[in-house]
Design a protein around this ligand. Structure first.
Ligand code: OTD
Ligand code: ZN
Ligand code: ZN
Length: 351
């Protein structure tokens, strides 16, 4: 990688955690993602969720037909299945045969469209055994959902009560701790004694750039509300240190989660930040803030495919220190969406 203050050339990145939805809006969000990324892990939390290999195949076909009508041939969706209490071990084998790359664990009620999620991980042990034996990764939304646990503690409690016991019972299972938000998660992943390539974490741009004050600065800021919710500054600092450390256990996953403007700016707004439009510029800003732009390529372009045993991309892209004004709104089907940093200027642009 060549590196100068004004340009960074890097192998094209992938997004290892992305929501593109379905129907009317999918085309708009796909177009934004494909501008920057070569591949993305497509999250299965549709309504109803993508719980079987057949549903994932049908979803992939809809994505491919949208890509075709957009004239995009340079983007590959990587499909996932939504784990439920009733998923069978057989589904793991079917999924493997169909090229589905992972299963997603949502504790029931943890985030948008997660009602069908897992009520008790013990119910999934047969499926997890099958996943471990065929090398199918488990992607986890790492928060407990028990009402008594404070929302800011849900990730740390998940580590102790779910993740650590799970890893003891399935030491060979490949696990990605998705969108980590705390110093406890960053240190847990960094320090885990684990066979190589069995534990990793994705980190979003919003959790690298903002702390929880951003949800309340000058008034309530619905576009900064996502799950897991932003945490204190000490956690942001720990995440930034992990992302920029060059440790291959940490890689890029935007968790870009589009919701129409009206569904965010309302009495009970949806969770999710929309970063697909400008994610790479945001990551560059975060890495530059600690003088670690030289570590961006590993995080964005190498460690993800290495973990998933996929080839690294070969095409190169260039990020330039060239100011870019982010629109106040973008089209989203028949609606609009407010991207992260809407109406502001960001320093880095793809050229
Ligand atoms: N978080 N919103 C959504 C998903 C994520 O937990 C996540 O992966 C969504 O809208 O699908 C959010 O805040
Ligand atoms: Zn999640
Ligand atoms: Zn997500």
């Amino acid at each position: 990688m060549s590196n100068s203050p004004l340009h960074i050339e890097l192998i094209q990145p992938d997004d290892w955690h992305l929501h593109i939805r379905d129907g009317e809006v999918m085309k708009d969000v796909l177009a934004d993602t494909a501008q920057q990324f070569a591949r993305a892990i497509i999250m299965p939390n549709l309504k109803p969720p993508v719980t079987t290999a057949d549903l994932a195949k049908a979803y992939r076909t809809r994505i491919e037909s949208n890509l075709k009508s957009l004239g995009i041939s340079s983007f590959t969706p990587l499909m996932t299945l939504y784990l439920t209490d009733n998923t069978s071990a057989d589904e793991v084998h079917k999924a493997k045969a169909e090229g589905i790359v992972a299963f997603k664990l949502y504790p029931a009620g943890a985030t948008t469209n997660s009602d069908a999620g897992v009520s008790d991980i013990k119910r999934c042990y047969k499926v997890l055994e099958a996943m471990q034996s065929v090398g199918m990764p488990l992607l986890v939304h790492g928060e407990v959902t028990t009402a008594q646990i404070d929302i800011f503690d849900r990730e740390a409690v998940f580590i102790d009560t779910v993740l650590e016991p799970l890893r003891k019972d399935f030491p060979g299972l490949k696990i990605v701790f998705e969108h980590i938000t705390t110093k406890q998660a960053a240190h847990y992943v960094r320090d885990a004694a684990t066979p190589s390539n069995t534990l990793a974490a994705t980190i979003t741009p919003q959790h690298l750039l903002m702390n929880r004050n951003a949800i309340f600065s000058g008034g309530i800021r619905p576009h900064h509300y996502c799950l897991p919710v932003l945490k204190r500054e000490e956690h942001r600092v720990a995440l930034l240190e992990a992302a920029t450390s060059g440790n291959p256990r940490f890689f890029l996953g935007t968790d870009s989660a589009p919701h129409a403007k009206g569904d965010k700016e309302t009495a009970c707004g949806c969770a999710g930040c929309y970063s697909a439009f400008n994610a790479l510029g945001l990551y560059a800003e975060a890495f530059e803030s600690v003088g670690k732009l030289d570590k961006l390529e590993g995080f964005a372009s190498f460690f993800g495919p290495d973990f998933y045993s996929l080839p690294r991309n070969t095409k190169k892209i260039t990020l330039a220190k060239q100011a870019q004004k982010i629109p106040a709104e973008l089209p989203l089907g028949n609606d609009t969406i407010v991207p992260l940093r809407a109406g502001e200027t960001i320093a880095w642009s793809l050229i």
